[in-house]
Design a protein around this ligand. Structure first.
Ligand SMILES: [Zn+2]
Length: 99
């Protein structure tokens, strides 16, 4: 069965392949490798912030609440608390001008 997740991964592999000038298979291996690393980090209680790129412990990240099939679930945000705060500040500044 092909899931939406698989399609997204395949698309990502194709894009990565064209960007890096490698074969889609190589790109896929790279993605698999980075996912393995992400899972390993998660098991150890760490996550890499997608903005500052620093591996921080999971309590340095906010949780996002979402509904899936009527069930409330939680996921860990991609940005650490610090980066989230900076992003919010930036949003506020853009909206209201210099404070
Ligand atoms: Zn960060």
């Amino acid at each position: 069965m092909i899931t939406a997740y698989d399609i997204r991964e395949n698309l990502y592999a194709l894009i990565l392949a064209s960007l890096k000038n490698i074969t889609p298979e190589q790109a896929f291996m790279e993605i698999e490798g980075s996912r393995e690393m992400t899972n390993k980090l998660k098991k150890a209680g760490y996550k890499i912030c997608s903005k500052c790129g620093v591996a921080k412990s999971l309590d340095e990240f906010y949780l996002a609440k979402y509904k899936y099939l009527g069930e409330t679930r939680f996921s860990i945000r991609h940005l650490c608390k610090e980066c989230m705060k900076a992003k919010e500040r930036e949003k506020y500044r853009k909206k209201w001008g210099k404070v």
